[in-house]
Design a protein around this ligand. Structure first.
Ligand code: ADP
Ligand code: MG
Length: 338
């Protein structure tokens, strides 16, 4: 059974950055205002994510890494109205099958923090021996998730990984994108033991300042924002974007940043449409910065198309993409003629 679980886990988590994304989303769900990430060997040796969110109740710890254990889905109807990132309760379970996972957590009601260790979905004793029960330790409110030796039992996955440097770059990229999207939350990311931090976003920073800090002033100064009116006919709740001014001169090519209902996603139809718009208004070959956050009536979004939940489909896709295209073109063409 553990082999089956390990294979399933290996399909959801194919690189350290996948595990990191799930854990960061959990920290955001827990209403954290600061999320600190520390990484060793591209996340293979260590991924440590510390937040100051609500923490986990001690009595929930034994089942935390049990498959389909989630605090975010109480009844079936919730599927229709789900607003948090997770709801399948698979992430921590999967990670516990392919790494050495430990957790330190404290809620406001707790007198102290609790630390425990997991393997294959279950609490286990610490490496030094003793009981598998959570043990009290000193700690602040919030949660630390510590993932060590990722893929230690999945050699095929280890072989398909890129260099530590490249895996680390993917981690920083994901943290950067969540940092741009999730205003009011501070983020930091560094290599363990390094004195310098590779990403620091303070909680109070505006979205534009976050973009400036990550991509530089030349990108941030050229941004124009686009807002769409809600349209209940097509299930469009909200859409806000930062696109690049048509007088842009920077040739830097940057991967699009799309969030749908607060999830970092891949959305091919949207990507194609935006490329089309940029190719009309910008010099040939330019694929500069775009950040677009779309909110759709939750029942209209299908997040189950892929286990990694990245490629998302939604109802009225064509109409919604078209209305975004119209809004962005409207902005870019008005700037062009001025
Ligand atoms: P899901 O996010 O789909 O519910 P996960 O496996 O990602 O499933 O997490 C399982 C549960 O663990 C969550 O529902 C949540 O209750 C708890 N949890 C995980 N990480 C945190 C965290 N950083 N702070 C508070 N609770 C957490
Ligand atoms: Mg989750």
């Amino acid at each position: 059974k553990n082999v089956v679980n390990r294979i399933a886990a290996g399909e959801i988590i194919i690189a350290p950055s996948n595990a990191l994304k799930e854990i960061v989303e959990n920290s955001i769900d827990a209403h954290s205002s600061a999320i600190e990430i520390s990484v060793k060997d591209g996340g293979v040796k260590l991924l440590q994510i510390t937040d100051d969110g609500g923490g986990i109740n001690k009595e929930d710890l034994p089942l935390l890494c049990e498959r389909f254990t989630t605090s975010k889905l109480r009844k079936f109807e919730d599927l229709e109205t789900i607003s948090t990132y997770g709801f399948r309760g698979e992430a921590l379970a999967s990670i516990s099958h392919i790494s050495h996972l430990s957790v330190v957590t404290k809620t406001a009601a707790d007198q102290c923090a609790w630390k425990c260790y997991y393997l294959d979905g279950k609490l286990v004793p610490p490496p030094t021996g003793g009981s598998s029960e959570p043990r009290p330790i000193a700690g602040k409110c919030g949660t630390s998730i510590i993932v060590e030796d990722l893929f230690y039992n999945v050699p095929s996955r280890l072989r398909t990984l890129r260099s530590y440097g490249e895996e680390y770059a993917k981690i920083v990229e994901i943290v950067s994108r969540y940092a741009i999207h999730t205003e009011n939350v501070g983020f930091s990311c560094k290599k363990q033991g390094s004195s310098s931090t590779d990403l620091v976003i303070r909680a109070g920073m505006s979205r534009k300042d976050r973009i400036r800090s990550i991509f530089g002033s030349s990108v941030a100064n050229e941004l124009i924002d686009v807002e769409l009116e809600p349209n209940s006919d097509i299930g469009l709740v909200k859409c806000s974007a930062y696109v690049t001014n048509s007088n842009y001169s920077n040739r830097k090519s940057i991967k699009p940043i799309f969030f749908i209902n607060n999830r970092l996603v891949v959305c091919e139809p949207l990507r194609r449409a935006m490329n089309q718009v940029y190719s009309t208004y910008l010099p040939k070959g330019h694929k500069p910065f775009i950040y677009l956050a779309l909110e759709i009536v939750p029942g209209n979004v299908d997040v189950n198309v892929h286990p990694t939940k990245r490629e998302v489909r939604f109802l009225n896709e064509e109409e919604i993409v078209q209305s975004i295209v119209d809004a962005v073109e409207g902005k870019l063409s008005s700037l062009d003629s001025s």
